[in-house]
Structure formats: C-alpha cells, structure tokens
Design a protein around this ligand. Structure first.
Ligand SMILES: [Zn+2]
Length: 328
C-alpha cells in the first residue's frame, strides 16, 4: 500500500464503520473548516482503491479530495491531512513520497532500453565468398551481387552450397564485430525473397559507420545501406530500440525513405525522433537507394541524398507530400 493510503488509514478517527463496498465512514473532520456544522452522523467517507489510490468524500459539507500514484499532494489533500491531525513532518514525508513516485513513473515511461544482441550462427556450411571453392552454383550469386552494382569488397558476403541456401546470397548481420543474425536473399526469384535470422531492434551496418563522417544515412534495406555505407532498418518501420542505437552515433541522421506508402509512414516516425529526411529527386523508376546507385552511381546518389535533406518538421511535411505523390 502507498505511504499516503497507509498513513491516512492510520489517522482516520477511531470510531469507524466499514461498508461492504469498501468505504470507511466516520465523523467528517472537514465541515467545521468549511463553514458547516460539525458532522455527527459519520458522513465522512474514505476509500482505498487498488491498494494505493485514495479518495475522500464528505456528504455533510461536500468537501472532496483524492490522490493516486503519479499525482502530487494537492492543497486539499494537505488540508485533510491537517484536519486529521497528521503531524507536519509526516505530511511533508508524504508530499515528498508522492513526488518521488511521480518522477519514477515518468522516468519509467521515458526509459527505453538500448537493444543488445547475442551471437548467431550463419546457415549451415556458410563461407565467405572470397574463400569459397569454385562452383557453378556460385555464379548466379556473384551475378546477383553485380546486378546490385556491388562488389565483393563492399561487404563480407557469404554463400552456402547447402541445398536450401545454394541460390541465396547470405548477408551476415554484425554488431560489435560479432555475427548476431543474417539474411539470405534469393538470387533466382525463388520465394521467399529473404530468409532471415534477426533479433529485435537490430540496425544493419552500424559497425561500418566510420567516426569521421558527419552524417549517418538511414535506409530501409541491406543493399541500400551497403551501396552507400549507410545503416538499414531492415524494414520500413523504425522499430523499438532502433532509433536509440542510431542516435548513439551522435551524428546528423538522414533518413532516405523508400518511395512508397510504407516509406511515407517512416517519415512520420523520423519527425518524431528529430531526424532529417532526404527527398532526392530520383529519376523516374527509382524507388530506393540501391536503384539509384545502379543507375546514377555512388557519388551522384550520395550527393543527391545529402543535398536533398531537410531538417525542420514543417519542411519535411511539405516535401513529403510532393515527393510521395509524384510518379513512383
Ligand atoms: Zn465535511
């Protein structure tokens, strides 16, 4: 029970009646302080709700007061405490206790935990592509990397000759130099497009954010991120904890949304987190960063991203409307 509920219960007048619904009635101490005759018919009612919250009603003079965790002790409750002859030092104690409870509950709702990750094994027989023995099965995977305008040096890509993964490009997820997950992208149109092992809150490519960079560019997919050395949300939504990891980089954060409906929602989240958003004037047919790199090359893509970034909520909202409405 809360200190306030406990103390008030202890100081209620000794002559009390308990009702089945939980009210305690007694001669109200308030009336003479409110210009009414003293109560002699036990018209003061007190109840403890949910173990901590308290409520007082006087059915003689009409005085009311209540408290619940998360609220401060108001002047009316303080008066009631005095009228019940609770000593001043005890009243002060309750006032401070209510403050502490309020602060704790506010802190509790603000406090979000930065996600942590545990190591994960790659799919069976995965090997760094550079170390793979020559195999005709590897060729489509290499072609796929090329079709994304990427090179083997761009990322430690893996491959497994295991039947279930032979036609997939395996992208390990690193965090603090450990492999904590992976995704395996189909290279021949086979479904599902991605088979993934992903821990909640994971942000792709954080390890490769070099500290001399002024920006961190946030994209949706792993190929977008690898294309420009940005990070990826691995989805359109900014999920719980992801923004904390990205904010920890302590740099200007620029979101580059995919040009689709889901991307529009991501922009709203970015505004919430105080991030910048880039609306690059992509040529027709370009939907994401990797598309842009394939068609424009890396320098032009990066240049467009950085020069199309806007920073205030108003500007982001205005640009967002136009950018998403244009032909996609
Ligand atoms: Zn009263």
């Amino acid at each position: 029970m809360s200190l306030i509920a406990d103390t008030l219960l202890a100081y209620l007048p000794p002559k009390r009646k308990h009702t089945p619904s939980g009210w305690i009635s007694f001669n109200a101490p308030c009336c003479i302080h409110n210009g009414t005759n003293a109560d002699k018919r036990m018209r003061g009612g007190f109840i403890v709700n949910g173990g901590d919250a308290v409520s007082y009603h006087c059915f003689n003079c009409g005085f009311k007061s209540s408290w619940q965790p998360g609220r401060l002790v108001g002047p009316k409750l303080k008066n009631l405490m005095r009228w019940l002859s609770i000593p001043d030092d005890l009243i002060n104690k309750m006032v401070f206790d209510a403050m502490r409870v309020k602060e704790d509950s506010e802190l509790g709702s603000k406090l979000q935990l930065v996600p942590t990750f545990t190591p994960r094994a790659l799919p069976l027989n995965s090997e760094l592509i550079e170390n793979c023995v020559v195999s005709k099965h590897l060729l489509p995977v290499l072609e796929y990397i090329g079709s994304r305008a990427l090179y083997l040096e761009d990322y430690p890509f893996y491959w497994s000759n295991d039947l279930g993964f032979r036609n997939r490009l395996i992208i390990p997820f690193y965090h603090n130099k450990q492999i904590v997950g992976w995704t395996a992208r189909s290279v021949n149109g086979q479904n599902p497009k991605y088979i993934s092992e992903q821990q909640p809150g994971y942000v792709f490519n954080l390890d490769r954010q070099h500290w001399d960079r002024k920006y961190v560019i946030v994209c949706e997919g792993p190929f977008d991120a690898i294309s420009i050395d940005g990070v990826a949300l691995l989805g359109s939504e900014i999920k719980q904890g992801q923004h904390l990891l990205i904010n920890q980089l302590q740099r200007q954060i620029i979101l580059v949304p995919d040009r689709d409906e889901a991307g529009e929602k991501t922009v709203e989240q970015a505004i919430e987190f105080g991030w910048s958003v880039s609306f690059p004037p992509w040529p027709e047919g370009i939907k994401d960063v990797n598309d842009a790199v394939r068609i424009l090359g890396r320098p032009a893509t990066l240049w467009l991203i950085i020069n199309s970034a806007v920073h205030t909520e108003l500007k982001i909202k205005l640009q967002s409307k136009n950018w998403f409405r244009k032909e996609q």
